[in-house]
Design a protein around this ligand. Structure first.
Ligand SMILES: [Cu+2]
Length: 119
């Protein structure tokens, strides 16, 4: 194999590996976007389309006034494509979940959704 062919073969391998590791998309969550719950959730669960780096990913929870509420991200728990966090009991009202994850392709992806606690 000439040096030129070795370089081309290497580039092809990189291209294939890159396409197999697309960046993360949120597929589903619990509570779901727009959900109205009769009681506070104890846990927030977000499922992505591939593995995420949990230790470098965050979940923030904000009330109607934008005040942050503590979320304890469970970095060692559960499947590799889920990010989960626990929360203390939430008062009634609207809550906004702001997530930020590091994909396995090295890209940081973020988004948000809201749910309501209405006992
Ligand atoms: Cu990406």
């Amino acid at each position: 194999m000439t040096a030129r062919w070795a370089i081309l073969a290497g580039a092809l391998v990189l291209a294939v590996a890159g396409s197999a590791r697309a960046h993360s998309l949120l597929l589903e969550s619990a509570p779901g976007a727009g959900a109205v719950l009769a009681a506070s959730p104890r846990e927030l669960s977000l499922r992505f389309n591939n593995r995420i780096e949990k230790k470098l990913s965050t979940i923030r929870l904000r009330d109607e006034h934008g005040a942050a509420r503590a979320v304890t991200v469970l970095v060692a728990d559960g499947p590799v494509d889920w990010l989960k966090g626990t929360v203390d009991a939430l008062p009634a009202g609207a809550w906004r979940v702001e997530w930020r994850v590091l994909s396995t392709d090295g890209h940081v992806v973020s988004g948000s959704f809201s749910f309501r606690v209405a006992p």
